[in-house]
Write a protein that binds this ligand. Sequence first.
Ligand code: ASP
Length: 311
Amino acid sequence: MSSRFSIAIHGGAGTLIKGQMTEEKEKAYRATLKEAMDKAYLILEKKGSALDAVEQAVIVLENSPLFNAGKGSVFTAKGDHEMDAAIMCGKQMDAGAVSLVSGIKNPISLSRTVMEKSPHVFLAGSGAMEFAKTQDFKLKKEEYFYDEFRYQQWQEIKDTDLFQLDHSEYKKSKFGTVGAVACDQEGNVAAATSTGGMTNKNWGRIGDTPLIGAGIYANNKTCAVSCTGSGEYFIRGVVAYDVSCLMEYKNFSLEEAANEVIHSRLPKINGDGGLIAVDAKGNISMPFNTEGMYRGIRNSEGENRVAIYED
Ligand code: ASP
């Protein structure tokens, strides 16, 4: 049994465009990251579960238009929003995921409901929406998800074959997916990830975020992981599970495994992005191979910080 507890969150990795980042905007990003982290920390401090902590942290980030998840999700090629989310608990390795959902204020809570109230792990599209109705999820109108900045991004590449990751020039992008990992006082780990995907993505495109093993994974024996980056590469690299495998089969430490995957294996297949990971002793690792990653860490030993660039 462990008593050390910790939480880490991310709001997406990528090349952060300095010109687009005003002092005011940076302050807002930092404040929202801190709010999400503090909310989760409080839960852990009161002996709450890692699962509750990661869900609540992600809800704060989904409710903010600053990040590409929930409110403020990117536009699809059709001009609407299709969101993906997943949650996983390391104790019994329970998992829930949803994909291609729209109108749902907090897709992360829908994924938890799939995990807890259905016999399935992953529901997509109209089936996921039907399930949401049976569970009394109220639908928000399209306007709720609208964000002017994301709309302008879509206008730039709409009617082309391009699809892009959240910010800026093609392939030099910021990924605005959000995620959280936590270790509670019982030594249970959990992970949660939520995203609007990629601007101008094709109908039906699903990234790594809701795929157990690719964008998310949790197992008390090894670690809990939440990823952000170019989903197509994270799927091929089975990134989150790969971190766990290096720990389980090769006895890597959390830090060694996370670094090996993000700095060595992923670049070999041209993948860019980052991840946050925690083990059952409360250690945290947050590597990224992009210019920055919105992130935060707080633990019971007093570490408490948010960061954006390599600082
Ligand atoms: N991984 C996400 C996706 O491909 C994008 C992101 O991290 O922002 O849908």
